[in-house]
Design a protein around this ligand. Structure first.
Ligand code: HEM
Length: 450
């Protein structure tokens, strides 16, 4: 076929395929009451327009346009899969507590992280979830404060990475941590890449990095195992020892390899999200001298009243945390998630067929004037009385049974960081541009120059 004759043929196909797909889906799901909306062009669907909206941070308007057209539940097609978009507090509640909607597995995440909590189900999921929750619970996090303190005080670069590395892997500053930091960076870049394993691609570099990380962590886990057997360690020392102690008590039966996978997930889930919070908190404070002044006052008072060897306690940092919560409301590190229905599900009279995706735009409620007065305004006093915020409207850490188990950890490390930063430094923004893009986590527009 010549080039000229192939163009009309391609055009005809582009026209015919959506029509055919429309009929195939209509026939296949004829007994279903599917939500309103269109699946768009095959494979592409609404993917490009959604990604464009996220990158330019106009996704809020994008959702609102769809809600106006179709209501809070609509169907579309994203990343090649039929998808139902759910928004609003009722949707937040429904998704967070529905065990039949599991986080959509991406090939890249599977290859890079392995068998972590994200890929488990049933009894195994319950065991690992409860172990992670136990490791990150308030009493445990209180014990980690001293280590966080040591990391933040000299104001190490890669703050949140170093904190988690030290607390979870028991890996203090040194060449091993430097190598891990470089490799984790490659893994993060690969998580969002096209999962095609060809030399020199981001995915290929991420896989090599993941292998190196795994090798180092396996060795650390074995060392911890030996130390535990000799009675030289306890469960509060680090995540590996904690999980090994639980295994010896019969709480779970994970292999060392599984524990390593979940440690990698903890680091990936924990450091990027917390660093977004700290980054935007610092950016807000640079423009809000009154709020910065109040935080400094609170932190100076804590520094005066605490003995030199007494660890910091976040209980006294109430105002600082309210400012952090307002930062999470206005710029939520996680704007939403993709989940897959593992069986047919009904929501508000509509059917979500088994195998379809749900795109849950959870943070849309944060900027909705119905729930937050003057939502664009940065106003930490909204959190003076949190019981006034309607349920499932403020969900930066998710909610229900799959709520982020690291929320206490995130609070503690953010507050420890702020304790030193506001008392020892003043900063100004090199880049005045206020916007940010979702990449997919919020990133200041001029992150290279700021
Ligand atoms: C500001 C910081 C953070 C934010 C905004 C955040 C937010 C979230 C959200 C929204 C989820 C998904 C909940 C769901 O969809 O049901 C999640 C899951 C998770 N987070 Fe966080 N997170 C933060 C920090 C951390 C930290 C510091 C850790 C660990 C030290 C952590 C560990 C995890 C883990 C392991 C999961 C998966 C839980 C599961 O699938 O059951 N997160 N986080």
């Amino acid at each position: 076929m010549s080039m000229d004759s192939s163009i009309p043929f391609a055009l005809l196909l582009a026209l015919l395929i959506p029509i055919l797909l429309h009929f195939v889906i209509r026939r296949k799901y004829s007994s279903y009451n599917l939500p309103p909306g269109s699946l768009g062009i095959p494979v592409i669907g609404q993917t490009i327009s959604l990604l464009r909206a996220l990158r330019s941070n106009t996704d809020y308007q994008w959702y609102q346009d769809r809600i106006k057209k179709y209501g809070p539940v609509s169907k579309m097609s994203v990343f090649g899969s039929p998808t139902v978009l759910l928004t609003g507090p009722a949707a937040n509640r429904f998704v967070f507590s529905n065990q039949d909607l599991i986080i959509t597995e991406t090939k890249a995440a599977n290859a890079l992280i392995g068998r972590s909590i994200l890929t488990l189900s049933g009894e195994e999921l319950k065991q690992v979830r409860s172990a992670l929750q136990g490791y990150l619970r308030t009493e445990m996090v209180t014990k980690y404060i001293r280590k966080m303190d040591e990391e933040v005080a000299p104001l190490a670069k890669r703050l949140t990475f170093d904190i988690i590395c030290s607390v979870i892997f028991g890996q203090g500053a040194g060449p091993i941590r430097e190598a891990l930091a470089a490799d984790f960076k490659k893994m993060v870049q690969a998580m969002l890449s096209i999962p095609v394993n060809i030399p020199f691609t981001k995915f290929n570099k991420g896989l090599s990095a993941s292998r190196r990380v795994r090798k180092v962590l396996r060795q650390i886990a074995r060392d911890r195992e030996a130390a535990l057997q000799q009675g030289h360690s306890s469960s509060a020392d680090d995540f590996f020892t904690y999980m090994l102690v639980l295994r010896s008590e019969g709480t779970h039966s994970l292999t060392v390899e599984d524990i390593v996978d979940n440690a990698i997930l903890l680091l990936l889930a924990g450091y990027e999200t917390s660093s977004v919070l700290i980054t935007f908190l610092l950016r807000y404070l640079a423009n809000e001298p009154d709020i910065l002044g109040k935080i400094t006052e609170e932190q100076e008072e804590i520094a005066r009243s605490k003995g030199p060897n007494e660890p910091l306690t976040w209980m006294m940092m109430k105002y600082t945390w309210k400012v952090a919560l307002e930062t999470l409301r206005t710029i939520s590190p996680i704007f939403g998630s993709f989940r897959t229905a593992i069986k047919d599900i009904e929501y508000r009279g509509y059917h979500i067929p088994k195998g379809w995706q749900v795109f849950h735009a959870q943070s849309i409620t944060h900027l909705d004037g119905k729930f937050f007065n003057d939502p664009i305004k940065f106003d930490p006093t909204r959190f003076d009385n949190q019981s006034l915020i309607p349920p499932y409207c403020f969900v930066p850490f998710g909610g229900g049974p799959s709520m982020c188990p690291g929320n206490e950890f995130a609070r503690t490390e953010t507050l420890v960081a702020m304790h030193y930063l506001v008392r020892q430094f003043r900063w100004k923004l090199c880049c005045k541009e206020e916007g940010y893009r979702k990449d997919p986590l919020p990133t200041p527009k001029c992150s290279d120059t700021a």
